[in-house]
Design a protein around this ligand. Structure first.
Ligand SMILES: Cc1cc2nc3c(=O)[nH]c(=O)nc-3n(C[C@H](O)[C@H](O)[C@H](O)COP(=O)(O)OP(=O)(O)OC[C@H]3O[C@@H](n4cnc5c(N)ncnc54)[C@H](O)[C@@H]3O)c2cc1C
Length: 396
């Protein structure tokens, strides 16, 4: 039997490539396995990464986060300066927010190349179908019956992580908190290239929101994420998106062409309670490291990957316990992810009614809406929401 790898990483997204680079540059035998034949394609992302200064504001306790989200200019296609929230009746609430819009495919490929240059082996076009208790991975690829063994396995394989599932029921995201999403890339849009828009409403994106993210040069990512448990009708995702594109945005997208369409799942149920076992770590979407209040997961995938890499090095060199990984990510961004989930739960009490959503957004105003997007729950909103919804429900 062949020698086991020190570390096998399933998933070559931002989380997997980051941990692979950290571990392999210290000389540990590392393999990254991804089912895609080309890293980063198809793109399943709005491609928005908050700038380092925004990330410092979002995650004030994290030292690593501002550094890891620094994106080289060659991957940036546009810079946006504000976010405009639009309530179901069309009222806008805008506040400053600096973000880089990136070419996600090139960015992911760059991260994977950094890992490969550091010595990691990349096995693409290879789907992991099973993990055994002693970290043997069964792989479906063009070479039938491949297996890989490793001292440690890292699950960086997204919302439907096969590695998380191999650890048992506690490591699986609740179906209600998996947000199906769909996005068009469109050309010829007449939108303000400095503003990201987020639209709310039961007919637009029940339990979520729809976005317009200008990529630069008249290109836009237009998409939405929703939750079926909150939706009043079971229309297909495409019906929701077409309604948004061709009715809500009819004037700004008149004449714009759909270049491509992608769908994927965003896990918005907050971090898993446990993200490690005796020989496995879960990172990125597989660990639930997504800001539930806005669906963004790239900064936490990068930062969690960095933390996991450092802890794995400590484990392989000095037997540092893997539980250290969880302690560190909770210390750097755990509280913010929990707060973002509380924001979503508050929104869940309001969002089933467009009329209540409109009233609540008007009462909250930019002063309270802005912190909620930034993973903070202003005390008055927390205290008032349930009472207010009860009262409003009697009248509406
Ligand atoms: C439509 C949409 C829009 C989004 N927009 C934004 C945004 O604008 N900004 C933001 O910050 N976040 C956004 N997100 C979230 C963001 O994309 C994720 O949080 C981020 O990609 C997580 O990185 P990751 O490395 O954990 O996982 P991924 O990037 O999802 O990578 C997982 C990798 O694992 C591979 N894989 C999965 N299963 C297997 C298997 N069994 N065997 C082998 N390989 C496997 C996949 O092929 C994939 O390459 C968006 C998500 C969606 C769906």
């Amino acid at each position: 039997m062949t020698q086991p790898y020190d570390v096998a990483i399933v998933g070559a997204g931002p989380a997997g490539s980051t941990v692979a680079k950290v571990v392999s540059e210290q000389g540990f035998q590392t393999v990254v396995i991804d089912r895609r034949s080309t890293v980063g394609l198809p793109v399943q992302c709005g491609e928005l990464i908050p700038t380092s200064s925004e990330v410092r504001n979002l995650f004030p306790r994290s030292k690593r986060m501002p550094k890891v989200v620094h994106v080289q200019s060659e991957f940036i296609t546009n810079k946006t300066h504000s976010i405009r929230l639009v309530s179901p009746n069309g009222s806008p609430y805008e506040f400053p927010f600096e973000a880089n819009i990136v070419n996600r495919a090139k960015y992911d490929q760059h991260l994977a190349n950094l890992a490969r240059d550091a010595g990691a082996e990349l096995q693409l076009g290879s789907t992991v179908t099973e993990r055994s208790l002693n970290n043997e991975l069964s792989i479906k690829s063009k070479h039938e019956g491949d297996t890989v063994r490793a001292r440690l396995v890292v699950g960086a394989d997204g919302a439907h992580s096969i590695i998380a599932r191999s650890l048992g029921g506690h490591f699986i995201h609740s179906e209600n908190d998996l947000s199906p999403s769909l996005q068009y890339v469109m050309d010829g849009a007449d939108v303000d290239s400095s503003v990201v828009e987020m639209y709310f409403g039961g007919r637009i994106a029940p339990g979520g929101y729809a976005w317009v993210i200008p990529k630069g040069e008249d290109l836009v990512n237009v998409g939405f994420g929703m939750r079926r448990s909150i939706a009043k009708d079971d229309a297909p995702l495409r019906t929701y998106l077409d309604r948004f594109v061709f009715k809500t945005l009819a004037s700004s997208l008149k004449g714009a062409k759909i270049l491509s369409r992608v769908g994927a799942i965003i896990p918005v149920g907050g971090p898993l309670e446990k993200t490690w076992s005796k020989n496995v770590l879960l990172i990125g979407d597989a660990a639930g490291h997504v800001m539930a209040s806005n669906g963004g997961g790239i900064p936490t995938a990068l930062c969690g990957g960095m933390i996991a890499g450092d802890v794995i090095l400590g484990h392989l060199k000095e037997e540092t316990p893997l539980s250290e990984y969880e302690e560190q990510w909770r210390a750097e961004f755990g509280l913010e992810l929990q707060t973002a989930l509380r924001v979503l739960r508050v929104a869940d009490t309001v969002m089933p009614s467009d009329a209540i959503t409109d009233i609540c957004m008007r009462l909250a105003g930019v002063r309270f809406l802005e912190p909620m997007i930034r993973c903070r729950l202003p005390l008055p909103v927390d205290l008032a929401s349930k009472t207010m919804v009860k009262i409003l429900n009697q009248f509406i």
